[in-house]
Every structure is written in C-alpha cells, then in structure tokens.
Design a binder for this molecule. Structure first.
Ligand code: SF4
Length: 120
C-alpha cells in the first residue's frame, strides 16, 4: 500500500510517498533530506500532535484560557487529553507557561498556559 504525504518539517514541503507492507514502512521517496524519511516513518507508525485547547478560568476578563501541550503527544491520546482538559477549572491570575495539568494522561507531558491572564 502506498501513502502520500507532505513533509511539514521545513518550509520546502516535500511530497513524500511511503510504501507500507504489513503495517511497516518499506520505503520512503520524495524526501530531499533524511529528516523527511524520519518524518514519514513517525507519521505512519507513531503519529504525534501538539494539542491546543482552552480551559475554564475564573476571575479573569474572559472565561477561557488558551493552553498547549509542552510536547507533541500520540495522536490516539488526544481525546483522553481533551477529557482531562475539559474537566478542570483554573483561577486567575495565570502566567504564560504555568503548568495547568502536570503529566497529562501519564504521558510525561504537561499542559501549559499559552498566555498570561490577570485577575479582575
Ligand atoms: S524532506 Fe527535508 S527538505 Fe523536504 S520538507 Fe522534509 S525536512 Fe524539508
């Protein structure tokens, strides 16, 4: 089976073709550099995503605070992480990079504030 994808590692955006056999990567073509091969293999076998969302915040000017995972997390864990994010409420003031959820879903990744929000 062949899978087409665009490498997003750098602005070149190389068009990659990945040949999969028995759920394993047999070959990668179209990459201009070795990082493209690594990207294609990871995307096929262990896709990761940085998760951005918002959490409810009290005593701030607006009702939700934007958050982001400190590192990419496995794509299949995004719904579990969203469940944890949707269950919490925080209090202003919050500073950018404050840890909002430590070790989300046991992934050794934190959910951190992506902006500061003062108390009103
Ligand atoms: S394969 Fe290399 S040159 Fe092409 S987009 Fe990926 S990182 Fe950039």
């Amino acid at each position: 089976m062949k899978q087409e994808m665009i490498c997003i590692t750098c602005p070149m955006g190389c068009h990659l073709t990945v040949e999969l056999v028995d759920n394993d990567v047999k070959s990668v073509s179209g990459n201009t550099c070795p990082r493209g091969k690594d990207y294609a293999i990871n995307e096929c076998l262990h896709p990761l995503r940085v998760l951005t969302s918002t959490v409810i915040i009290k005593n701030a000017l607006v009702s939700r605070c934007p958050v982001i995972t400190s590192k990419p997390i496995p794509k299949e864990k995004i719904f579990d992480a969203m469940k944890e994010i949707n269950e919490i409420t925080i209090q202003a003031p919050i500073h950018i990079n404050d840890v909002i959820i430590k070790n989300v879903c046991g992934l050794d990744v934190d959910v951190i504030a992506s902006r500061s929000m003062g108390r009103v």
